[in-house]
Write a protein that binds this ligand. Structure first.
Ligand code: HPA
Length: 245
């Protein structure tokens, strides 16, 4: 069963025909909110809002371990993460939808493994390719079936937040090879890997990254709302087709 983790702009899935909600207990504490179960086009799916249903949990305080554990324990077989990002690469503009293929992790101090604590054996998961290739391609197929353009590939820079970046930090990330920047991609992706759950992301460019394009003099989130709303509608369509396939 496909699980969707929704980020800013996607706190619910309008096309999910809800059967029930469940508060899932985990050894890692509380998930961001109840898991919503239902059907999309007759196919079962589950959903959790990463920042809580009222959008109250900031990126650095999301209990990523509990969210992933909850979905895994409820028998999710794959995870699609939806999240907004800032565009670093010159050809990315607000409203663009990107399916990234790589990650650079700049976060710190987050609980980023299940393999710690009493009785755990030292475990090093392979993370060479952080996103599941098959799932990425399935997203691309779904998007093209409904005529939505998605940008395949991109290096996602995960920052700590909740503040936005400085222009110099964005320049450094670009030198590092990053194309887009967001605050929630890690440790979510690696926790999915530790649970052996195929994981891919659909990133919506909400704004030019700090110091770029219209964000040269600052990032103003008021203008981002409209872009996000429209793009998330398109993302819902892609997810609907993905589940139907
Ligand atoms: N930086 C980090 N995270 C973000 C941004 C950004 O510019 N836009 C949306 N999420």
């Amino acid at each position: 069963m496909l699980a969707i983790i929704g980020g800013s702009g996607l706190t619910q899935l309008a096309n999910l025909d809800i059967s029930h909600r469940e508060i899932v207990r985990t050894p890692y504490g509380e998930p961001s909110g109840p898991v919503t179960f239902g059907n999309i086009c007759g196919q079962p799916a589950m959903f959790v809002a990463r920042h809580g249903y009222g959008h109250t949990i900031p990126p650095h305080e999301v209990n990523y371990r509990a969210n992933l554990w909850a979905l895994w324990s409820k028998k999710a077989t794959a995870i699609v993460s939806v999240a907004s990002v800032g565009g670093i690469r010159g050809d990315l503009a607000p409203g663009d939808i990107v399916v990234p293929h790589q990650i650079i992790d700049y976060t710190w101090g987050r609980r980023s493994t299940f393999h710690e604590g009493d009785g755990c054996t030292v475990t090093h998961v392979d993370f060479t390719h952080p996103y599941d290739e098959l799932l990425r391609n399935q997203i691309l197929t779904a998007a093209s079936m409904i005529g939505e353009e998605v940008r395949m590939g991109g290096v996602y820079a995960a920052t700590q937040g909740p503040r936005l970046e400085t222009a110099a930090e964005i320049n450094r990330m670009e030198r590092d090879g990053a194309d887009l920047v967001g605050m929630t991609g890690m440790p979510e992706a690696v926790l999915a890997r530790e649970l052996d759950l195929p994981y891919a992301a659909i990133n919506v460019v909400a704004n030019y990254a700090a110091g770029r394009g219209e964000s040269r003099d600052g990032i103003h989130f008021e203008s981002i709302e409209d872009v996000l709303q429209n793009a998330m509608g398109r993302v819902r369509g892609i997810i609907e087709q993905l589940v139907a396939n």
